[in-house]
Design a protein around this ligand. Structure first.
Ligand code: FE
Ligand code: FE
Ligand code: ZN
Length: 286
């Protein structure tokens, strides 16, 4: 089955119930949400999120899978500042508990950045952090996202993800999230070689390792290491290649979410609308 949605917000009075309503308004049958603002660690308590009502609505509308994205400021790859490393572990632990309480079993995580250290030192730190978090939590898969390789970002190649996965003691709860924009920007040819990418992932990380996918076009050429998402069909990957990914039989049943930019009104820069309803419909049609 094709699970296709987008990232959605969570705010105001409706909170998580509003997230589900937003997904439904796009014609989506899945979605991705942050359990609070992605840039900070402020989190509303679980009993204010309206989780039961959200779950009821999902059940009624047939949404049986969705994913959570961890906040950006978690950096388990930081070797220089122990406070940031410690905060990252604490936040990830709390986020995993929230993910489970909200009814999902997948949290997407940016592996981390080596900030000033060698990549291998950052990777060792990520392994240390993941070992601890996995030992202290349960139920939820951590999906390491394939990154574009901007700055000192880690997880910019399948080999780096392999180093992390191989290093973690109990890696049965580690999965990956492929992001089409990031793969392109990291130098993986999504347009002409997507099957080869899947083969490399299966071979190096093990079959069944992909938990979810982010479907984005890219503003930049192959290997640019930039990470700027473009609207579907408006970037260097293009509609046909993204449709190929979305409908790929090897990715059947895997949650796919758009993270494309809002479309700005050229006459009023403050006015922007979500492109997801149209983009989901275009990607769905064969
Ligand atoms: Fe991400
Ligand atoms: Fe992404
Ligand atoms: Zn990105």
């Amino acid at each position: 089955m094709l699970y296709l949605g987008s990232h959605v917000g969570m705010s105001g009075k409706e909170m998580f119930l509003g997230s589900v309503k937003e997904a439904l308004s796009y014609g989506a049958n899945t979605f991705m949400v942050y359990t609070g603002a992605p840039q900070n660690s402020k989190r509303r308590p679980l009993d204010e999120l309206r989780i039961e009502e959200a779950k009821e609505l999902m059940k009624k509308e047939g949404i049986d899978k969705f994913i959570i994205h961890a906040p950006y400021l978690i950096n388990l790859g930081n070797t220089v500042n122990p406070d940031i490393f410690k905060l990252g572990k604490e936040m990830l632990t709390t986020e995993i508990e929230r993910t489970y309480a909200m009814g999902s079993d997948v949290i997407v995580l940016h592996p981390g950045s080596a900030v000033g250290a060698e990549p291998q030192a950052g990777i060792a730190k990520i392994i240390e952090g993941l070992d601890e978090v996995i030992a202290n939590t349960d139920h939820v898969y951590i999906a390491l996202e394939t990154m574009a390789g901007k700055g000192s970002e880690l997880g910019r190649s399948i080999d780096e993800l392999k180093d992390i996965i191989d290093g973690v003691k109990d890696n049965t709860r580690l999965k990956i999230c492929i992001d089409t924009c990031h793969l392109n920007d990291a130098g993986y040819d999504v347009v002409n070689g997507f099957d080869a990418i899947l083969d490399e992932i299966d071979e190096k990380l093990g079959k069944g390792r992909i938990a979810c996918a982010h479907i984005n076009d890219s503003m930049n050429p192959l290997g640019a290491h930039k990470d700027r998402h473009a609207n579907i069909g408006a970037g260097t990957i293009g509609l046909d290649a993204l449709k190929y990914v979305v409908h790929h039989p090897r990715l059947d049943d895997i949650v796919k979410c758009l993270e494309t930019p809002y479309i700005k009104n050229p006459d009023d820069p403050k006015d922007a609308h979500a492109p997801y309803k149209e983009e989901i419909a275009r990607l769905r049609s064969v």
